[in-house]
Design a binder for this molecule. Structure first.
Ligand code: FES
Ligand code: FES
Length: 172
């Protein structure tokens, strides 16, 4: 069977350079052309397939990871932009004590149906928890923060309830 084509086509137009990032606490270096996308690097080069390819044009949020703590559409971010950055993907959140409650709450509150958007939803919500600002936020502010993460199953109420549970617990 032929190898699957890399997500972003794998085109090497610019000279490959060593991209070094910390991913989920571990330092990784990959030789890549600067115009490759972070989503392709995560999925095709590092085997981290939690971030999903939805729209691939920076609209749906399915590919969201944290770059230096900021929710970032990895389908729309060049690897050259993240060289030297600290990345957190959904594969890494179970090792972050502050995010354990968020994972549990998504399960308890039915924050997903098919699960395609869930890693992106979790990462955008994780940024709130890690920021320490969640407990002081209004419902509207939380909804505004989550606006960039679409869910075609319409699990929005469950997703909000999950984040609300963490807020009520006084975490984040
Ligand atoms: S796949 Fe990146 S925003 Fe939709
Ligand atoms: S749970 Fe299916 S897209 Fe959100």
């Amino acid at each position: 069977m032929a190898d699957q084509e890399p997500l972003d086509g794998g085109g090497q137009r610019g000279a490959a350079f060593p991209v070094t990032v910390t991913v989920n606490g571990a330092s990784r270096t990959v030789l890549l052309a600067p115009e490759r996308m972070l989503l392709g690097m995560l999925r095709d080069e590092l085997g981290l397939t939690g971030a999903k390819a939805g729209c691939e044009v920076g609209v749906c949020g399915a590919c969201t990871v944290l770059v230096d703590g900021r929710p970032t559409s990895s389908c729309h971010t060049y690897v050259a932009q993240v060289d030297g950055s600290d990345l957190l993907t959904v594969e890494g959140i179970s090792a972050v004590p502050e995010l354990k409650r968020l994972q549990e709450a998504f399960v308890e509150q039915g924050g997903f149906q098919c699960g395609f958007c869930t890693s992106g939803q979790l990462m955008t919500a994780a940024a709130l928890v890690l920021s320490g600002q969640l407990k002081a936020m209004t419902d509207g502010e939380i909804r505004t923060h989550m606006l960039g993460n679409l869910c075609r199953c319409g699990a929005y109420y469950g997703i909000f309830r999950a984040i609300d549970e963490v807020r009520k617990d006084g975490q984040g």
